[in-house]
Design a protein around this ligand. Structure first.
Ligand code: G1P
Length: 273
């Protein structure tokens, strides 16, 4: 039903410098898979096989990753090593990949608006690859699609965070409707603990209706002078068009060193089981 998933991937990844000086942060691996590959797997599992990536300068490695490397295939063909390419080949077979460049990094809202040319007039998913999610039992985007089928509106994934950390997130105010679903009334981008309406933080998974594009065009720059998706969604929330889902599973903030190491340890111990 929802076929497209947008991956904003133009950011600099400054928290991982110097590692991300010449390499996209989305290509940082957790064990042997780059972060963005986990995201594309989650997207495909949710039925979204048209992958739309908003890139920027120094992001060529992403395009090469989702392409065939004839030289490499030739080198390892018929050897044991061939099986190491199975997961990426599967994605290349089942998905299409299209790209557009964000010329200036002017915020997540701006990145999503840049992706309009790849999305057009239909509902779509958004995955921020540095939020690595392990859904239980279903992947987080699949959980969101199930909710979208019942409530065809904008859906955002949320989780409770300590009040001391709300300043790192978009935070919602909503009415608990049971089963982890909230009708969102208001959203604030990176509030201080005093200003925050609670501790339900937005994580990097969204389902958006195409109305978001016009809404973004009519939204002014917000926190940090950037166009914020949270502000555009706040406008739609006031019209009752946004629901939040407290997903079941775990999320690792792989945009920070701590979260990245935690994710690595988690996947490592899983791989040993
Ligand atoms: C973005 C969003 C924020 C959200 C977060 C989730 O912030 O602006 O609302 O809570 O992603 O990871 P960023 O982490 O890109 O600063």
């Amino acid at each position: 039903m929802i076929r497209k998933c947008l991956f904003p991937a133009a950011g600099y990844g400054t928290r991982f410098l110097p590692a991300t000086k010449a390499m996209p942060k989305e290509m940082m691996p957790i064990l042997d898979e780059p972060l963005i590959q986990y995201g594309v797997e989650e997207s495909l599992a949710a039925g979204m096989n048209q992958i739309a990536i908003v890139t920027g300068r120094s992001k060529r490695a992403i395009e090469d990753h989702f392409d065939i490397s004839y030289e490499l295939e030739h080198q390892i063909s018929g050897t044991e090593k061939e099986k190491r390419l199975v997961s990426i080949r599967n994605l290349i077979d089942k998905c299409t990949f299209s790209y557009t460049r964000q010329l200036e990094t002017k915020g997540l809202g701006h990145a999503i608006l840049t992706g309009e040319t790849l999305i057009g007039d239909e509902a779509f998913g958004v995955i921020l690859a540095d939020d690595l999610c392990v859904g239980d039992p279903d992947p987080v985007m699949s959980q969101m699609v199930s909710l979208y089928k019942k409530r065809p509106a904008c859906i955002i994934a949320i989780e409770e965070v300590p009040m001391a950390e709300v300043h790192k997130y978009g935070v919602i105010d909503g009415e608990d409707m049971g089963d982890g679903v909230y009708r969102v009334n208001a959203m604030v981008e990176k509030p201080s603990a005093d200003e925050a309406p609670g501790n339900l933080a937005i994580i990097g998974r969204y389902i958006l209706t195409p109305e978001i594009f016009d809404t973004l065009r009519n939204t002014e720059a917000g926190k940090g002078g950037e166009l914020q998706i949270t502000d555009a969604l706040h406008t739609l929330a006031k019209q009752g068009k946004v629901f939040a889902l407290k997903f079941s599973g775990r999320r690792f903030d792989c945009g920070s060193i701590d979260g990245f190491v935690e994710a690595t340890n988690y996947f490592f111990s899983k791989s040993k089981e």
